[in-house]
Design a protein around this ligand. Sequence first.
Ligand code: PLZ
Length: 448
Amino acid sequence: MTIDASLVQERRLVTAIPGPKSIEALKRRSEATSAGLGIAIPVMIERAHDAILQDIDGNCIIDLGSGIGVTNVGNSAARVVDRVIEQVQAFTHTCFTVAPYLGYIEVCEALNRITPGDFPKKSLLVNSGAEAVENAVKIARHYTKRPAVVVFEHAYHGRTNLTMALTAKNLPYKEGFGPFANEVYRMPLPYPFRWHGNPATITQDSLTEIALKIEKEIGAHNVAAILIEPILGEGGFIVPPRGFLPGLARYARENGIVFIADEVQSGFARTGDLFAVEDEEVVPDLITMAKGIAGGLPLAAVTGRAEIMDSVHAGGLGGTYGGNPVACAAALGAIETIEQDDLVARARHIGAVISTSLQELAGTYDIVGEVRGRGAMQAIEFVLPGTKEPNAAAVQAVVQHCQSNGVLVLTAGTYNNVIRLLPPLVITDALLADALSVLRDAVASASS
Ligand code: PLZ
């Protein structure tokens, strides 16, 4: 059986957003699904291919979110679809820890090969980013025989009990869901746009402060892991200043602490490197991955130094669905696509196009406080004119304008005042230009 996956890569609106069928369907959504679930754009999707989402009213929307940085290879990418169909016909599940299969091993071999570090590596596959982070912490604790985990302001690591504790922001992630796991210690993050100290010495000052706090409040010898997103995702695409990540990794090494890079959002070619840590040649001991790993199927992983990954007793790690064969087939298709179509180069190109366009906005509109990011992971932080006061109302206006005109953008940021762009890396130049022109009009109208 062949499926025609093609969908013209063009924005096209045939009704208002949401259209009448979506409005009907959204009623069913609120009747049938938990009120605890959010929604970014009020439409119901029927089909999607590459960077176009088609809703049930026939509107074709440009996707600048990739389902939160997941469909880096495009929606329903050909190599992902082909391998999934083949796998689903062969077998759907055995549980890798019951009766193993090659797909799981091939994904681990690929991850061991493509992640930074030229030492022996091993991998573990699980279902979600949160589960990858939980397992990385479990493994680091087991290896070091220490309890404490160091995390940062503005961090996001998931919604399970441990990962809520690791996540910084209360509303909406933590409110009313405690008590949270203990032995989690939060450190200041050098957020260049909002740093209280001297910008010229931000890297050294923040590293010194963190080392002092760890010594006084925890004791470095009690710290199992330092966990950080190399570019913070939900926190608002905060890029730590140059030298910070290498300094932190050095501190971890000198103190026998496992350095964990959470690349769940920044990984798989998103930033113009396969992994964001590569930009400063930082080599983590463990990397957590999800999202872009499998072109939309649920899969996540922990990859790292063999001696750390192997320190756990047999049976200490696992899970019924982790590394499901269909998800593994998808991952092999996604990784092949990233490598063969050189999506790393494509992310750099997209990044250059987006940042040129956003810098123009920054020069024109005083509600744009800062434009930042790397590769195809770019954001705008909105402020009240002439200040650094967060301007969440401007973000709402921009989102509304983009949606009404058929462009899906996502928000982020501790202060809800950031718009983030995470387009599929296969978006065409024409589609990207069209989306950026809608965004430009949106910012213009929000600032008038
Ligand atoms: N680590 C860095 O970005 C997921 C969350 C969306 P899961 N980010 C999107 C939402 O509102 O739930 C994320 C991340 C980083 C971990 C995670 C968690 O990944 O696959 O959502 O569990």
